[in-house]
Design a protein around this ligand. Structure first.
Ligand SMILES: C[S@@+](CC[C@H](N)C(=O)[O-])C[C@H]1O[C@@H](n2cnc3c(N)ncnc32)[C@H](O)[C@@H]1O
Length: 408
């Protein structure tokens, strides 16, 4: 997810998460307890992964002190999917690019011009453009249609902060359909995992390209938050397109990086790396494999940093601790594990986009758990990491948890 994505999603798209009243929140916690209890016995999930945060001092404080009284906007939530598809359709038809390219002289573009530029001459184009206007992506003035400031900044393909490909290709064409299975998957637990989903080369390639469009800005933000000045070698587990690795290698001339990824994803990632200057490309290696299997020897050990970005929430809950254990083994003493992912607060009351993203991941990782800092910290602590801390990364959506392998 991009740093900028959250702003636009919050403003234009994301329906309001139901804010629970005190009674509902209490009932939900009770339900969570019983689900956790059942899950532990049937799935052998490590108890630490699902221990309720009420037992953690930070949550005991925040849960008790803050119960939201905001009510659900039912229509906005229930009909929010229509707004999402209207936006994706606008991207698919290049409506924002057309207005950006052709509206400069007049300040606006008529529906007739849009008919001819999109090749859609039926009245339904007006219906779509009206809906885009109603959700404030477009503005209608005396000279025709123009772009809203956020649309111009984030949804025009030539814009510096463009992430429309991420929205169109991954949200619109892939996750949207998966998300339709949420009720069924929640009840049955039947869903593909990432390895199965990505065994189709086209799916893996499209997802990974879209992720690249989303992760490059996030990786820059990461560089600002985490001190990597002394880092010479990094292991990027589930590194996808290599967005983080590439960004770090561009910024740190002495850094070498190894990415562990599923085979089909590696192919796309290697393409992105090959497009870099040789002084960057030569320092990046992709290794094919699953982080759920024994880690290949090519990953080597003694690394300064192990990074996992959006992986802990993409694997079964029972595997999280194993993942961190393997990371611990591959780090030098004093080395650092950095976990980046969608995480709600320890209070389990939001932020809403972090919670919604976790719900979406259920559809490709039915045995996974929606993350919060206490879950990640407990698993890291359990395998020996110390000096644990967490911070927000993408506002309202993702967090970083950092721990160190003790020196002695
Ligand atoms: C949302 S993407 C994030 C990619 C990258 N870390 C980033 O932040 O841009 C999640 C990645 O986790 C990878 N992944 C999921 N399960 C995996 C597994 N068992 N082994 C290795 N990688 C896995 C997926 O292939 C995918 O590229």
């Amino acid at each position: 997810m991009t740093t900028v994505a959250v702003r636009c999603l919050q403003r234009c798209l994301a329906p309001r998460l139901p804010a629970m009243g005190q009674r509902l929140a209490h009932e939900t916690r009770l339900r969570m307890f019983s689900v956790a209890k059942r899950s532990r016995s049937s799935l052998s999930i490590a108890p630490s992964v699902l221990r309720h945060p009420r037992s953690s001092p930070s949550c005991a404080r925040s849960c008790a002190s803050h119960v939201s009284e905001v009510d659900i906007d039912i229509d906005r939530v229930a009909y929010g999917f229509m707004a999402s598809q209207v936006l994706f359709a606008g991207l698919e038809l290049n409506i924002f690019d057309h207005i950006s390219d052709h509206a400069d002289d007049t300040g606006g573009l008529s529906i007739e011009r849009l008919h001819s530029l999109t090749g859609v001459t039926a009245p339904r184009l007006q219906t779509l453009v009206t809906a885009l206007t109603a959700i404030h992506a477009l503005r209608l003035g005396p000279d025709g249609y123009s772009l809203s400031p956020s649309t111009r900044k984030f949804l025009v393909s030539s814009a510096r902060h463009f992430y429309g490909d991420y929205l169109r290709l991954q949200m619109g064409q892939q996750f949207y359909e998966r998300m339709g299975a949420l009720p069924k998957v929640t009840m049955t637990g039947e869903a593909p995992d990432y390895a199965e989903w990505f065994s189709n080369p086209e799916v893996a390639d499209q997802y990974t390209r879209a992720q690249h469009n989303g992760s490059m800005a996030t990786a820059k933000q990461f560089l600002k938050l985490v001190d990597l000045a002394e880092t010479k070698s990094i292991l990027d587990i589930g590194g996808g397109s290599g967005a983080f690795t590439i960004t770090l290698c561009r910024a740190l001339p002495e850094l070498t990086a190894t990415v562990l990824e599923l085979p089909e994803v590696c192919k796309t990632g290697e393409g992105f790396v090959a497009a870099e200057k040789p002084e960057v490309a030569d320092r990046v290696t992709f290794v094919r494999g699953s982080c759920l299997d024994a880690w290949p020897v090519e990953l080597k050990d003694g690394h300064d940093v192990v990074l996992t970005s959006y992986v802990s929430g993409s694997i079964p809950a029972s595997a999280i601790r194993v993942l961190y254990e393997r990371a611990f083994e591959r780090l030098r003493p004093g080395g650092m594990l950095v976990v980046h992912d969608f995480m709600v607060d320890d209070s389990l009351q939001g932020p809403e986009l972090a919670a919604l993203w976790a719900a979406q991941h259920v559809t490709v990782n039915a045995e996974g758990v929606g993350l919060a800092p206490y879950i990640v910290k407990e698993a890291m602590q359990g395998v020996g990491f110390t000096e644990l801390r967490h911070m927000e990364m993408i506002k309202g959506m993702t967090k970083l948890v950092i721990g160190h392998k003790p020196v002695a």
